[in-house]
Design a protein around this ligand. Structure first.
Ligand code: ADE
Length: 237
C-alpha cells in the first residue's frame, strides 16, 4: 500500500513517520508513505498556496491549482482514494479505516485555513473526512490519525493479530479493562477471574465488561450491536 500526504507543513510528519509502529512498518516495506510539500506546486515566485475568499469574509482559502496539480502528480496506475481532511466531512471510524486499508493507494490532502477551493472537491476528491466534531488548525493531525488507524490494519504491521481483533470497535464494542502486574496496586486488586487460568471464564468476563462499558459510555454504538442470546445472558448476570 502507498499513502501520499499533501501538506504545507511536511516537517510535522518526520517524527510521526519514523517512530514506533509506523516507523517499523515503513522500514519493513509493509507500507510506503511519502509527504509532499504543496508549495512545490505553487504557481508564483512567492510559493503562494492560498488567497482571500470570493464574497468576502475573513481568512484564506487554499488555491485549487497547486492542490489539483499535486494530486495529479502523485496518482499511480490505479484509481486512488483521494481524501480531504475537513470538519465538513464524513466522520472517520474503524469501518472506514478498514475500507481504506484495502486500497492500493491513498492520497490525503491536509486542508488549512478556511478550507480548500470547492472545485478541488469536485475535481479530484473522493472522500471528505472529519475526525470529530471540533475544529483544528489544519488537516495534518487528522491525516496522522487516518494514517495510523489504516496502517495498523495492514497484515504484519501489529505483531500480535489478537490485539487488533480485540481492539475497541473491531467488534463494534469498546474494549474490556486490562490489567498487568502488580496484583494489588494502591488498594485496588486485579479481578480474580483474570488470575484463574480459566480461559473460557476470562473470555466471558471480558465480553461482559465490553458490553457493559459500551452500553454505559457509548449508547449510540450499543444500539447498533446485534446481541446474541449469550450476550443477553451475560448482561443479566
Ligand atoms: N480540519 C480541521 N478540523 C478538522 C477535523 N475535525 N477533522 C478533519 N479535518 C479537520
Amino acid at each position: 500500500m502507498k499513502i501520499d500526504i499533501i501538506t504545507i507543513f511536511p516537517r510535522l510528519f518526520e517524527p510521526f513517520l519514523s517512530e514506533s509502529v509506523l516507523g517499523k512498518a515503513v522500514s519493513r516495506n509493509l507500507v510506503a508513505i511519502s509527504v509532499t510539500d504543496l508549495r512545490r506546486f505553487a504557481e508564483d515566485k512567492h510559493n503562494t498556496t492560498d488567497d482571500t475568499p470570493y464574497g468576502g469574509g475573513g481568512g484564506m482559502v487554499m488555491l485549487p491549482a497547486p492542490v489539483v496539480k499535486a494530486v495529479e502528480s502523485l496518482k499511480g496506475a490505479g484509481s486512488p482514494r483521494v481524501i480531504l481532511t475537513t470538519p465538513q466531512g464524513k466522520l472517520f471510524n474503524q469501518k472506514l479505516a478498514r475500507e481504506f486499508a484495502d486500497e492500493e493507494q491513498l492520497i490525503i490532502i491536509c486542508g488549512r485555513y478556511r478550507g480548500v477551493d470547492e472545485r478541488v472537491r469536485q475535481l479530484v476528491v473522493t472522500d471528505c473526512i472529519s475526525i470529530g466534531d471540533y475544529v483544528l488548525g489544519g488537516g495534518e493531525v487528522p491525516a496522522m490519525v487516518i494514517t495510523e488507524a489504516v496502517v495498523r490494519l495492514i497484515p504484519g504491521v501489529v505483531g500480535n493479530e489478537d490485539c487488533v481483533r480485540a481492539d475497541s470497535f473491531a467488534s463494534g464494542l469498546l474494549e474490556y479493562p486490562n490489567y498487568t502486574r502488580p496484583e494489588e496496586f494502591m488498594g485496588l486488586s486485579v479481578p480474580k477471574v483474570l488470575l484463574s487460568g480459566n480461559h473460557a471464564e476470562v473470555e466471558r468476563w471480558r465480553k461482559r465488561e465490553s458490553l457493559l462499558r459500551t452500553r454505559a459510555l457509548r449508547p449510540d454504538l450499543f444500539a447498533q450491536v446485534e446481541l446474541t442470546k449469550e450476550d443477553r445472558k451475560l448482561l443479566e448476570t
